[in-house]
Ligand binder design. Structure first.
Ligand code: FAD
Ligand code: NAD
Length: 474
């Protein structure tokens, strides 16, 4: 058994863990980073980057197949070569992973420990059965794993998760996607556009994380016009038959269907990688679901010398949040016990479907029940969106009725990744709707649709009247 003593031990060399490691080293302390799986990060290897590569191929196929309304005719069938599609996805993915591997290669050899870590106490870690580490502080950055209900496990290698898709050598013929969340929608639509027969089933009314019912209805209509998406369904049975999966499912009205697929892609959410850490050996307080209590601002677990960062805290499963949290946890581990709140950014989430989906600031479901004004634009008749034949979806903005402060927005539509950025910057700058309307809007751009929504919200503000009413009622 090898014994080590170090200031800070970081568990997990993903985006959050590497960020934490860099922050500890920048503070002049010693650190080790422990990794049990392959280096390269979830984002680069099986997450953000390969999914966007698959989506890019799907967009190319979709555009090629939809030129006719412009009077442009591509003669003959559009041929998607699945092997070539997957080859590019994997080649480019490996390039992105390569950048991470280069940066890991650059770390001092003695700082890198290979193996899976578990806690023996707050400050003692066991890595596999070869190394014991005494660390004054520990950062948990172990990421998340797809949730796979036990009842599906008999499907064997015909049951897949997002990771498996990015190791395919060719595209399959038929895929059942379970879960209309972010991953299910992104991968489901991309595969459908590449010619795979896709059915996407959800067990509730949820869709891509949206909470605004009007935006959700608009997004659902857009997706359903293109491929098979059914909500409020129930999978009655899923059984393996040879190399196929036979699925019986019931729609919202209870009508049952029987269908065969090559794969069942489980995209029903992710859970934190905490199971094997043996947190029960520490002083950390766990809630009834086994998740540790932590301070969102400092990322400290109670008063312990243990910090948490990235997907594993189960809060904001996005790359930029994992990077921020890694830095904050690393800085606080370095300055422990004098921890400080870290700077957090305005909430921003983008789903790379078509239409894209985004949420910014306060979500619809988090709005107060009164004192909020709404503005909206339906992209169906928005000038530039119609010019491009991308006129699907809806955007709704929320503002404080009395001080005009822009609170947040939910949206589905064209150019949404960019509009969502503008809006998240406005949230972080604490702008009011009238102030936002003072900003330039070029013509003709999709952002003119945003202006329509902002104007509608502005017209309902009671900025001047409110103080008067207060005086009257006093
Ligand atoms: C398909 C998909 C698409 C996505 N697309 C986007 C996107 O477009 N934009 C976006 O912002 N986010 C996206 N995400 C989310 C984003 O990838 C994650 O939020 C981010 O990668 C989380 O980083 P992390 O450092 O917390 O975890 P990870 O990168 O997963 O790192 C955790 C590491 O810990 C290791 N580990 C686990 N347990 C132990 C242990 N006991 N001992 C040692 N090592 C351990 C793991 O092997 C892993 O390497 C996507 C995710 C998926 C799955
Ligand atoms: N573009 C991005 O930023 C991006 C892309 C992919 C993933 N991510 C991150 O990864 C996280 C996880 O993604 P996800 O799509 O796995 O989870 P999710 O929580 O977004 O969606 C899961 C969906 O599955 C449904 N569901 C759950 N159990 C089910 C069952 N048994 N049958 C049918 N439907 C079921 C849920 O109702 C929900 O709609 C996201 O929340 C996101 O933070 C981000």
């Amino acid at each position: 058994m090898k014994n080590l003593k170090v200031d800070v031990a970081i568990i997990g060399a993903g985006t959050a863990g590497l960020g934490a490691y860099r922050a500890v080293k920048a503070a002049g302390l010693g650190a080790v980073i422990i990794e049990g799986g392959p280096y390269g990060t979830t984002c680069a290897r099986v997450g953000c980057m390969p999914s966007k590569l698959l989506i890019a191929a799907a967009e190319a196929a979709h555009s090629a197949a939809h030129t006719a309304p412009f009077g442009v005719h591509v003669e003959g069938p559009i041929r998607v070569d699945g092997a070539e599609v997957m080859d590019r996805v994997k080649r480019e993915r490996d390039r992105f992973v390569g950048f991470v591997l280069d940066s890991v290669d650059g770390l001092p050899q003695e700082d890198k420990i290979r193996g899976y870590a578990r806690f023996l106490s707050d400050t003692t870690l066991q890595v596999d059965d070869h190394t014991r580490i005494e660390a004054s502080r520990v950062v948990i950055a172990t990421g998340s794993t797809p949730v796979v209900p036990d009842s599906y496990k008999a499907l064997g290698d015909r049951l897949i998760v997002n990771d498996d898709v990015f190791y395919w050598d060719d595209l399959p013929r038929r895929v059942l996607v379970v879960g209309p969340g972010v991953i299910g929608l992104e991968l489901g639509q991309a595969l459908a556009r590449l010619g795979v027969h896709v059915r996407l089933l959800g067990r509730s009314a949820s869709l891509g994380g949206l909470s605004d019912p009007e935006v959700k209805a608009s997004a659902l209509a857009a997706f359903q016009a293109e491929f098979s998406v059914s909500l409020n369904t129930r999978i009655v049975s899923a059984a393996r038959d040879g190399d196929e999966v036979e699925v019986r499912w019931a729609d919202a009205d209870g009508r049952e269907s029987l269908e065969r697929f090559d794969y069942l892609l489980m995209a029903a959410g992710r859970r934190p990688n905490l199971d094997h850490l043996q947190l029960e050996n520490t002083s950390v307080v766990l809630d009834e679901t086994g998740l540790p209590h932590f301070d969102r601002r400092t990322l400290q677990l109670g008063a312990s010398p243990i910090f948490i960062a990235g997907d594993v805290d189960g809060e904001l499963l996005f790359l930029h949040e994992a990077a921020d949290e890694g830095r904050i946890a690393g800085e606080n581990a370095a300055r422990y016990p004098k921890v400080q709140p870290g700077r957090r950014r305005a909430p921003l989430a983008v789903v790379f479907t078509d239409p894209q989906i985004a949420q910014v600031g306060v979500h619809f479901k988090g709005l107060p029940t009164s004192g909020v004004v709404f503005g909206e634009v339906d992209f169906a008749n928005q000038g530039r969106s119609r010019v491009m034949l991308k006129n699907r979806g809806k955007l709704r903005v929320y503002a404080d009725q009395y001080n005009g402060r822009f609170l947040g927005a939910e949206m589905a539509g064209p150019s949404i990744e960019h509009i969502a950025h503008l809006l998240s910057w406005a949230v972080q700058q604490e702008m009011t709707v009238p102030k936002m309307l003072e900003m330039p809007f070029y013509h003709p751009v999709v952002e003119e649709g945003l202006r329509t929504a902002l104007r509608q919200a502005a017209s309902q503000l009671t900025l001047a009247r409110e103080p008067l009413q207060r005086v009257k009622s006093a």
